[in-house]
Design a protein around this ligand. Sequence first.
Ligand SMILES: Nc1ncnc2c1ncn2[C@@H]1O[C@H](COP(=O)(O)OP(=O)(O)OP(=O)(O)O)[C@@H](O)[C@H]1O
Ligand SMILES: [Mg+2]
Length: 412
Amino acid sequence: MAIAITPVTFIRKKIKSVSNATMVVGGNMTTNFNETFAGNKIITAYNLQENQNQKFENQIRTQFSLAMALTKRVGWMSPIMYFICSIGIAIVMNYGNSLILSGEMTAGAFASFVTSLLLLYKPTKSLGLTLTSLQNTFVAMARVFELFDLMPEIVNVNNPKKFQNIGSGIRFSHVNFEYEENQPVLRDFSLDVSPNETIALVGNSGGGKSTVVNLIPRFYDIKSGSITINGTELKDYDLVSLRNNISFVFQDNYLFTGTLRENILMGKPDATEAEIEKSVKLAHLDEFLDTLPEGIDTVVGERGASLSGGQRQRVAIARAIIKNAPIVILDEATSALDNESEAVVQKALDNLIKNKTVFVIAHRLSTINNADRIAVLQEGVLVELGTHDELINKPNGKYRHLYEMQFSTAGV
Ligand SMILES: Nc1ncnc2c1ncn2[C@@H]1O[C@H](COP(=O)(O)OP(=O)(O)OP(=O)(O)O)[C@@H](O)[C@H]1O
Ligand SMILES: [Mg+2]
């Protein structure tokens, strides 16, 4: 028995790297599988089926060779166990034989001993396999616990403050921020936003507009400087109460599998029927819902696949309206809507931002026109701030340039 246990203790070291690699390839295969379905339109449009097949085949081959490597490493276990067990039995037989011959043991007692020994043979032999798969499990478990042990970086401070109201407004003061070390994204960014003011953020793509608004619900913490609401640092607020007071309409609006109603209710799970109706109306979704046989209980499909871009946007707006938070963040989709849907979406947005403090990343002229002030961001630096009239009259101004480039061709 002691000899039989020995090889098992070597196994873990031998299979660890291969086991790990197998799990990584398994993960990649799942990613590839999901992407193939989620990106099926692009794959079809660009004739990438063969590419995807090839990618999948390569992964299967890698997995196959890893499985072979694993087999090579553990395959010797079974014969060795057989061998050790057989030798053990041979020794017992031999020794038993001499005991019977010398009369120290009866043949019956020996036969019953051998029978029980044979019963032990199978479990001992399979001990190797069981322990191998147990070791495999340990390797997998280590990977899982590695992830469990990760701590979120954004957490509450001790004794966080509950968010009461927006009070004196939102103040960014000398904010520096980077996603990757030493690659500054926002540089010395300062901005004061009064309660109920609408600030439009404009600027070049990659300039840092989405980054600025992502800092307000504390999706990321800043590197230096401060962001305060009503004089209190963001990080001193209780995260849940802070986020409860911010409505977000994202650049790419994500709808969840389920009905339109369920998607809207995410803004306020305990909303009444009247509240739902009101937000649907304000989001200008009612006409669209009337065309659906199942109305608000229509299932939208994965990611809202059965809706148009403008419809998805209005569902997201309804979700934000029903939440009725004092701070509203709109990261406008860049996709151009036709004039009519743009007008409808704009009306929905107007309803959403009434009497709210609003940050809007504007790609549409109509939104910019409605803003109280415009902040121009370039490469993470606030280069201009003012009303449309102030900025448009600046000779060689950045806003003026952007405006001419982006909007003058839009027939305005
Ligand atoms: N999660 C991230 N990790 C690392 N870098 C990021 C991340 N998100 C954005 N960035 C980088 O930060 C910079 C600012 O990006 P941001 O999304 O704020 O731009 P933007 O002004 O919103 O652009 P757009 O108008 O195209 O939406 C870009 O250079 C981008 O590559
Ligand atoms: Mg953006």
